[in-house]
Ligand binder design. Structure first.
Ligand code: 5CA
Length: 438
């Protein structure tokens, strides 16, 4: 991608209402633009990262056995009347009336709709266990939208819903999502700690929030320090028996503010291990049994032919919020430092003199060869001054920076910098390309 033909509206200064660093950097790096309180347009660079984050979430859901579908954003109010949540949900729900005076709502979550889809088609236990997920925009009319995409009104969520014949099997589904979440967040370079959590307004009695520790987090959290450094389970686990992995983590104290019990924290955790911190909730999983299947009559015939209500759970990831969380965890004074796994481009090629024929030829060769390795390349071919180009490259956080200018080229050298470490080397082009290839 040539920067001169791209759309990357960076800002010198962040607007003064952006209070936390991730919000400031998302605006300055041209990732998002606010359209209304808590509602953002995703600009090209932001969309690239959003898509990569979404893809990691998708791959890990599929690895855990969940199946993707796509439900609409608009839902019928009548469906929510069946569960009793239409009135219970309150002012956070955006309610809409169409030209036929039919009441609709912009979905804040999808328990009712997925239960309706399930009951329309599934009649026998033989289809179970089943876990269906989608990645779709939600709307919640938050009282205080703030911190950019961190607490938006319109936001992208991955929500999965599991259906099982009984509680024992539903707990296995819960464990699969629990482990999938540990793997998902680790792939984005995040350390997320599962913590006992409150369940409202989704319901149920078993629930964990996945929390990324960050000073600017909205929630106060309390946990055993050992949980933060625990190794990630990885893909090679026995997906049919995850209880020991879950037990290992849930045995240690970890709770959000609403669930915190100071006396238990002190008795269960050695003083040196007690960590009180702030955190960002990037995921939340729930087991709620028959809370929706009972009123909505989602039943299947069991092996004995008798009809039973299915046991359900739901599992959310804040896909758009994750961009804020990743930036909070990975930035410096110059800008964003994207982990390789979610970076919008792998390498930026910086042309230090865009009116110099030899430099342009060398840059174009570098771009073509990097692309031939399968790298995503941003080519800064603009006529900005070198200082401005370096500042932009640092701000937008592309992992590799390959700089080509007339002086180096005369000696057969280009400069390669790693954004994360700041480490720079001057080497021949072939060597620089080999290093990027890895
Ligand atoms: N139906 C359940 C699970 S699918 C549910 O809605 N859970 S939730 O309310 O906890 O939301 C799931 C995730 O969405 C949260 O963990 C959080 O990461 C993200 N999220 C929730 N509200 C917002 C918001 N206003 N802005 C950005 N992300 C949000």
């Amino acid at each position: 991608m040539r920067l001169s033909r791209y759309f990357l509206p960076t800002l010198k200064e962040a607007p003064s209402d952006a209070q936390i660093v991730s919000h400031q950097l998302m605006l300055r790096a041209g990732l998002i633009k606010q359209e209304a309180a808590g509602i953002y347009a995703w600009l090209p660079l932001g969309l690239r990262v959003l898509n990569r984050v979404e893809q990691i979430v998708r791959e890990e859901q599929e690895r855990a056995g969940a199946v993707e579908l796509l439900m609409p954003t608009l839902q019928l109010a009548d469906l929510w009347r069946e569960s009793g949540r239409y009135d219970a949900y309150g002012p956070e729900m955006l309610r809409i009336t169409d030209r036929h005076e039919r009441e609709l709502l912009y979905g804040p979550t999808n328990e009712e709709m997925i239960t309706d889809i399930f009951r329309s088609f599934v009649k026998s236990y033989k289809a179970l266990p089943l876990n269906l997920f989608h990645i779709q925009w939600k709307f919640r009319d938050e009282r205080r939208p703030r911190f950019g995409v961190m607490r938006g009104r319109e936001f992208l969520m991955k929500d999965a819903y599991s259906f099982d014949l009984d509680e024992a099997s539903a707990r296995k589904a819960y464990n699969r999502m629990f482990v999938a979440y540990l793997n998902t967040f680790a792939r984005m370079g995040l350390k997320a700690v599962p913590m006992r959590a409150d369940t409202r307004p989704i319901g149920g009695d078993l629930s964990h929030e996945f929390i990324v520790l960050a000073e600017t987090g909205e929630s106060q959290v309390f946990c055993d320090r050992k949980l933060v450094e625990m190794p990630v389970p990885g893909a090679d686990v026995d997906w049919n028996d995850l209880q020991s992995i879950v037990d290992q983590r849930t045995a240690l104290y970890a709770a959000t503010e609403e669930m915190h019990d100071a006396a238990r924290f002190e008795s269960e955790t050695a003083e040196a291990d007690r960590l009180t911190a702030r955190g960002i909730e990037v995921g939340h999983i729930f087991y709620f049994g028959t809370k929706y299947s009972a009123p909505m009559k989602a039943r299947v015939a069991g092996p004995d032919g008798k009809e039973t209500e299915v046991h359900m759970g739901s599992y959310g990831v804040g896909v758009s919020r994750l961009l804020g969380a990743i930036i909070e965890a990975s930035h410096d004074d110059s800008g964003i430092i994207w982990p390789d796994s979610v970076a919008p481009f792998d390498v930026v090629v910086i042309n230090l003199r865009s009116n110099d024929e030899a430099v342009c030829v060398a840059c174009e060769e570098a771009v073509a060869r990097l692309q031939a390795f399968g790298k995503d390349v941003l080519y800064d071919d603009t006529d900005e001054r070198p200082g401005g180009k370096f500042a932009t490259a640092d701000l937008i956080g592309i992992p590799g920076q390959l700089t080509i200018g007339p002086k180096g080229l005369a000696e057969g050298l280009v400069e390669l910098k790693r954004r994360a470490t700041g480490e720079k080397v001057s080497v021949p082009l072939d060597e620089a390309l080999a290093r990027v290839r890895g």
